[in-house]
Design a binder for this molecule. Structure first.
Ligand code: BTN
Length: 257
């Protein structure tokens, strides 16, 4: 692991944020967590060209070659611990908007809880980890130049494959800027504005989706929307009830343009 720069090589950061750049790390989430244990402040951004042990959700591996964005942000939330999971949706909104900034015209969509899709294909994953003291590490992987994942639950793509021309640093700067604004908005106003923004970016309300809530159980139903705390609401026609889902993977979605 080599520290390339403590000042981020000129990538613009939001006020009060700072960038720590590595050529190779095991996982930027792990590195950010180590820095947080050592006292790293809110807004410390760790970025690495390559990860040798990139982490995905549910213990999956996140293949992390040169040319894609791998970054993690230390966040010290000023909201109750019970609300910390909402940062998944906060981040998804911020990243979808940031991608729209650097690749205007491409149809980026949020898929619950925190994937970003383009034309029905995943190009960004978000991994939120928090410790007992309530410090949160938000890990963001954007497939900028290549989509190295196979055998996923859904198809994958990269920004470049979709026609985007922005490089890693431009995506990083846009993500950090949008995220700093959304974290502040959430800190002050809570979930309401995030929920509206997420629903606008997600679309799909009223459509049929399947959600894998565990290895054994998949629920199919009509997407009703989000509960006030960000849980997914799914109307199950057969059982005549509304499911409130807090953990899961949305499996099928009709590709949208
Ligand atoms: C997912 O499974 O969709 C979440 C993937 C999150 C990947 C990012 S890449 C930067 C950060 N460091 C990691 O080890 N994982 C996250």
């Amino acid at each position: 692991m080599t520290l390339v720069s403590g000042s981020g090589h000129g990538v613009a950061m939001p006020p009060g944020w700072r960038l720590v750049r590595f050529d190779t790390v095991d996982s930027t989430n792990e590195q950010a967590r180590r820095l947080a244990v050592g006292g790293a402040e809110h807004g410390t951004v760790v970025v690495a060209d390559v990860q040798t042990g990139g982490l995905g959700r549910r213990g999956r591996q996140w293949i992390s070659p040169l040319g894609n964005l791998h970054c993690s942000i230390v966040v010290r939330p000023r909201r109750p611990v019970s609300e910390i999971a909402q940062l998944s949706l906060v981040t998804a909104v911020a990243v979808a908007e940031a991608l729209g900034d650097v690749a205007p015209g491409l149809p980026f969509r949020c898929k619950w809880p925190n994937d970003i899709l383009c034309r029905g294909q995943k190009l960004c994953g978000i991994l939120l980890e928090s410790d007992v003291n309530g410090v949160v590490v938000i890990g963001i992987g954007v497939d900028v130049n290549s989509a190295p994942r196979e055998g996923m639950l859904y198809p994958t793509t990269s920004l470049q494959a979709e026609g985007g021309t922005a490089g890693v640093d431009a995506v990083l700067a846009a993500v950090c800027l949008r995220l700093s604004v959304w974290v502040e908005r959430w800190t002050v106003d809570g979930m309401a504005s995030v929920r509206d923004a997420w629903l606008n970016l997600a679309g799909g309300v009223g459509e049929l989706v399947a959600v894998r809530v565990s290895d054994e159980r998949t629920i199919t139903g009509t997407l009703v929307g989000l509960d006030a705390d960000g849980a997914l609401l799914l109307a199950d026609g057969r059982e005549g009830q509304t499911h409130r889902i807090v953990v899961g993977d949305v499996l099928f979605e009709r590709p949208r343009t």
